[in-house]
Design a protein around this ligand. Structure first.
Ligand code: AMP
Length: 376
């Protein structure tokens, strides 16, 4: 598939795709959409920023138009990813007022979700825990479900959602389409796929794709106490928006306060902040009111802000796969990006693990210009 026109989509859907300025399908879209339209199951290994959301949202909407009264479920690991996926569905359904998209996420009040559900729904985008709550109190049902999508399945398992997923799958009709998207395919994801998918088509977008062009990676070995100063120098020496990752809520708070004290407008996102505070910090970063956003790994996925020019790892991630997700926050939608990791002596073993992972997944290292400079 070279163009969206080949798909003979409903005119209202085709119009929305054009309206979103999607002219050429990204590689994952070119591969996944025709298969999903045929209602086959998919096991897709796709990088962040590859255009995977539209790869499942377009066929889902197309099916909903063919079968009024049916519904689809998308399971996501985080609230941030939920709002992004919901937004993509809403944009694609812009000219389809009959399609109702409902987002069910934890950490916020039940009431607005109950009200939204009572008006009817065709697409539910949910984090697993909150969906289980709704299923238990019977405010949502999945009996008319035709397609279930697991987005960032590896992350859902890493976050301990396996029991909730099991519960949810007990509520799903046996005859259904299942789409599983994951940035990585470790054994436990392949086990999950074996349990849930029926004769899936496998798609791997490992090679460099046009949607994820150039992330220049670099690393610096610094002492733990030099990290703040180094970050400040890096901020002053770079242009454009910067997303910084710290290991814990406290370290994120401390670094943000330090940067503020030097006059750098800085936002903060971590699990200890309220949803309102997180949304505000994200909005201010998105609108470039703040140039720097400091976050824990909660922000490593889902954040889709085109203008993030730099990702800096103030601390290395504890899980090597998260390195890929973090740096995937830059170089979005065809832009260039840079990633810098500060490595303290205690973090050297973690860095080795990351190097090992990157070597086994060459497609994720798009341009590793200085990525593996030896320790100084
Ligand atoms: P995703 O991987 O779904 O988070 O998408 C990453 C980014 O690519 C988002 O900013 C999308 O709006 C953008 N995008 C997705 N599909 C296309 C396309 N066919 N053409 C241009 N941009 C796209």
């Amino acid at each position: 598939m070279k163009s969206f026109n080949e798909l003979n989509l409903h005119p209202a859907l085709a119009k929305a795709i054009t309206g979103m300025s999607f002219t050429t399908p990204t590689p994952i879209q070119a591969q996944a959409i025709p298969i999903a339209l045929k209602r086959n199951d998919i096991l897709a290994c796709a990088q962040t920023g590859s255009g995977k959301t539209a790869a499942f949202a377009i066929p889902i909407l197309s099916h909903l138009l063919e079968e009024p009264g049916s519904m689809a479920l998308v399971l996501v690991p985080t609230r941030e990813l939920s709002s992004q996926v919901t937004e993509v569905f809403r944009q694609l359904a812009l000219h389809l007022p009959m399609i109702r998209v409902v987002s069910l996420i934890g950490g916020v009040s039940m009431q607005p979700q109950l009200r939204a559900l009572s008006k009817g729904y065709h697409v539910i985008v949910a984090t697993p825990g909150r969906l289980v709550d709704h299923l238990e109190r019977k405010s949502a049902t999945l009996k008319n479900l035709k397609t279930v999508t697991l987005d960032e399945a590896d992350r859902m398992l890493d976050m301990g959602f396996a029991p909730q997923l099991k519960q949810i799958f007990r509520h799903l009709p046996e005859k259904r389409q299942t789409l599983l998207f994951s940035a990585t395919l470790p054994n436990h994801i392949q086990d999950l796929a074996r349990n849930l998918l029926v004769k899936p088509e496998r798609i791997t977008i490992g090679a460099v794709s046009s949607a994820v062009p150039t992330i220049q990676q670099a690393s610096k070995h610094v002492g733990q106490t030099e990290k703040n100063n180094t970050i400040l120098d890096e901020i002053n020496g770079r242009e454009g928006s910067i997303l910084i990752f710290g290991r814990t809520q406290r370290r994120v708070d401390r670094l943000a306060r330090y940067l503020e004290s030097y006059g750098v407008d800085t936002g903060r996102i971590h699990g200890g902040r309220t949803q309102g505070q997180r949304n505000r910090a994200l909005e201010e970063f998105k609108t470039e009111k703040t140039r720097v956003l400091v976050a824990t790994d909660i922000a490593a996925r889902g954040i889709d802000i085109d203008h993030v020019a730099h990702v800096i790892n103030y601390d290395l991630p504890q899980v090597p796969e998260d390195y890929i997700h973090r740096i995937g926050r830059t170089a979005r939608a065809g832009r260039k990006g840079e990633a810098l990791s500060l490595i303290s002596p205690e973090e050297k073993p973690l860095w080795k693990e990351i190097e090992k992972l990157l070597k086994t997944k060459p497609g994720t290292v798009v341009q590793a210009r200085q990525a593996f400079q030896p320790a100084q």
